[in-house]
Write a protein that binds this ligand. Structure first.
Ligand SMILES: NC(=O)c1ccc[n+]([C@@H]2O[C@H](COP(=O)([O-])OP(=O)(O)OC[C@H]3O[C@@H](n4cnc5c(N)ncnc54)[C@H](O)[C@@H]3O)[C@@H](O)[C@H]2O)c1
Ligand SMILES: [Fe+2]
Length: 426
């Protein structure tokens, strides 16, 4: 997107990224390049279900020692990081391996940051606060996903304020990322759906970000295409290897996009829901995404046309504005198909918390690159819509297209995916 004045666009990602079936089996050989004793950072479930055992066996076979730290909780906290750092010190580990989804990778990054730089993890909130490299980290990913295994973002909940801190630092990029679809085959449908919608949110927010470049655009559009063609199938049948493999590439491509173009209000707002209520990140994003993008439509309608195409929608003959509307309906249809709840009330979110969460969202680093500037009242309004919107309020995409063709363009009869929203903001 166009910016006036001098701006430098960086492109960050790990130097080595291993993909494909069986790639996780190389973890021990990779770890050998960095140290002799590995701290394997994971969560309580993966520590018990045999996946951590596989990694330990592999690392030991390569001649290293391994200690498991199973303390990465969902929406990991500063306490999880500092407890993990203690485990690292007590066991004199010199390389970190994260195993799991975003929670494990972010906890591991936090531990690595403290190991390399000292102090408290809270000292590193913001952009590029690290002065030293972090301890070497190999990230073995099991969800598709946050892409945390390959990003420079580390999202940690502050246990005093219940706000998720965004640490954005090129020095907390993992040394090696591993995306083995075989590690993702056992994800239950609900986790597949939530993490897949997180990846879609990354791609869409990066594509409409004020920091988007042709490099991030290419990654984002391919990610959107792959998700629209594979997420339903991966949710319907977790053993569908092709769908899993494509979703692994999709979440990685979405990571390439947002790691560099950053995100927008969906993530800024979802971080508040995660911090306040400890809700699943991907589900919060999925519910907020159509509402935030409805707000964003007028900032970059041409970009929404490209998103509609990448989503596989037929927009021939539609005006730009109508084609942009199709995106909103398409996202809602995908969410509905994969079983995402229709609104935040179903997750237990309370109207009285919206104001403070909106204020905090405005301070979140992700809000800086949203294509349309909002006031706190706008964010409150978006939260309010997401609190109550029902799928039954939604027109089918075919209805959107038919109505658009019949009326020539968006009319007072409201042809958006979310009638109530389009009428208010059109
Ligand atoms: N750092 C980043 O770049 C970045 C980006 C987006 C989100 N995040 C953060 O990531 C966190 C969410 O991560 P997540 O959505 O990957 O979930 P998660 O890591 O919290 O895992 C959720 C649950 O899924 C289970 N699980 C993981 N892999 C599994 C598998 N293969 N089979 C069965 N169960 C499995 C875990 O045991 C856990 O119980 C949030 O805190 C979010 O803020 C970070
Ligand atoms: Fe995310």
């Amino acid at each position: 997107m166009m910016n006036l004045g001098e701006v430098t666009y960086g492109f960050y990602m790990p130097r080595v990224n291993l993909m494909g079936a069986g790639s996780a089996k190389t973890v021990g050989e990779q770890a050998k390049k960095f140290g002799k004793k590995a701290l394997i950072v994971t969560d309580a479930f993966l520590a018990k279900n045999g996946m951590a055992d596989q990694i330990v066996a592999n690392v030991v076979m390569a001649g290293l020692e391994a200690v498991v730290y199973p303390g990465a909780e969902p929406n990991p906290t500063d306490k999880n990081v500092h407890d993990g750092f203690k485990a690292l010190k007590d066991n004199e580990c010199d390389v970190i391996i994260s195993l799991g989804g975003g929670s494990s990778h972010d906890t591991a990054k936090g531990i690595g940051i403290i190991a390399g730089n000292g102090g408290s993890i809270r000292d590193y909130e913001g952009l590029d606060k690290m002065t030293q490299p972090m301890m070497p980290l190999i990230a073995v990913n099991t969800t598709a996903g946050t892409a945390s295994e390959m990003t420079r973002f580390c999202i940690i909940t502050n246990t005093d304020t219940h706000v998720k801190m965004a640490i954005v630092d090129w020095q907390c990029t993992p040394n090696i990322s591993i995306n083995d679809p075989l590690m993702m085959m056992d994800m239950p449908a609900s986790l597949t759906a939530a993490t897949g919608m997180d990846a879609l949110t990354h791609a869409i927010e990066a594509y409409v970000s004020t920091q988007a470049t042709p490099v991030t655009d290419a990654s984002a559009l391919m990610a959107i295409q792959l998700i629209s063609k594979n997420l339903r199938q991966a949710v319907a049948n977790g053993k569908n290897f092709t769908a899993r493999d494509n979703m692994a590439y999709a979440e990685f491509l979405a990571g390439m996009a947002f790691n560099n173009a950053s995100l927008g209000y969906v993530h800024a707002m979802a971080h508040q829901l995660g911090g306040f209520y400890n809700l699943p990140h991907g589900v919060c994003n999925a519910i907020l995404l159509p509402h935030v993008e409805e707000f964003n439509l007028i900032a970059c309608p041409d970009r929404f046309v490209e998103i509609a195409k990448a989503l596989g929608e037929n927009i021939s003959g539609l005006t730009t504005r109508d084609a942009a509307d199709v995106v909103i309906a398409s996202i809602r249809q995908l969410s509905k198909d994969v079983g995402i709840p229709s609104n935040l009330t179903e997750l237990g979110v309370k109207a009285e918390d919206l104001k403070i969460m909106a204020e905090n969202a405005m301070k979140d680093a992700c809000s800086l690159t949203n294509p349309r500037s909002a006031k706190v009242e706008d964010i409150v309004k978006i939260f309010q819509k997401a609190l109550v919107c029902q799928y039954k309020d939604m027109s089918k995409i075919t209805d959107v297209s038919k109505a658009a063709h019949a009326h020539g363009r968006h009319g007072a009869d409201g042809i958006s995916g979310i009638d109530e929203l389009s009428q208010e903001s059109a």
